[in-house]
Design a protein around this ligand. Structure first.
Ligand SMILES: [Zn+2]
Length: 152
């Protein structure tokens, strides 16, 4: 007769019954499995039990929990350093570069008298409502005045 497939729980109970004193021939008949298979399961089960019950060899293998905790501590330290760096970068990015764009733009491009484009700054003075930047053409000496900034 054909043997039917037998699941793990049934195999285990066959092995247990064998250990309890049951004859293999009876198990073979009861479960409708061939005795070779039963012998193989018993051998496998005994080997597995020996392995399971053997004391684990002490060695360089460390407690995995300890290693995880150690690694966690390392990662926390790295994280803290990164947080500090991030804060520093964030503070740097808040620094305003002290350039007033209006002052850069408000500069005469060419001299209105001779058309020369080399114009020097020639001091400032404060009027009632504005700072006045003085320029002077380097070619003809024409003076140019520009209101560059209102006084606050
Ligand atoms: Zn000029």
């Amino acid at each position: 007769m054909p043997y039917r497939p037998i699941d793990t729980e049934a195999r285990l109970s066959i092995v247990k019954q064998y250990w309890a004193g049951q004859k293999i021939a009876e198990l073979e008949r009861q479960y409708n499995v061939d005795r070779d298979s039963i012998h193989i399961w018993i051998n496998k089960a005994e080997l597995a039990l020996i392995d399971a019950l053997s004391p684990k060899k002490p060695g360089p293998k460390k407690d995995p929990m300890d290693q995880l905790l150690k690694r966690n501590t390392e990662l926390e330290q790295i994280n803290r350093k990164l947080q500090i760096q991030l804060q520093e970068l964030s503070q740097n990015s808040h620094i305003k570069i002290g350039v007033d764009r209006r002052q850069i733009d408000l500069r005469p491009g060419t001299c209105p008298t001779c058309g020369c484009d080399t114009i020097w700054k020639n001091g400032t003075y404060v009027r009632k409502d504005a700072h006045v930047q003085r320029f002077r053409c380097s070619s003809c000496g024409t003076k140019i005045f520009l209101d560059v900034k209102k006084t606050p």
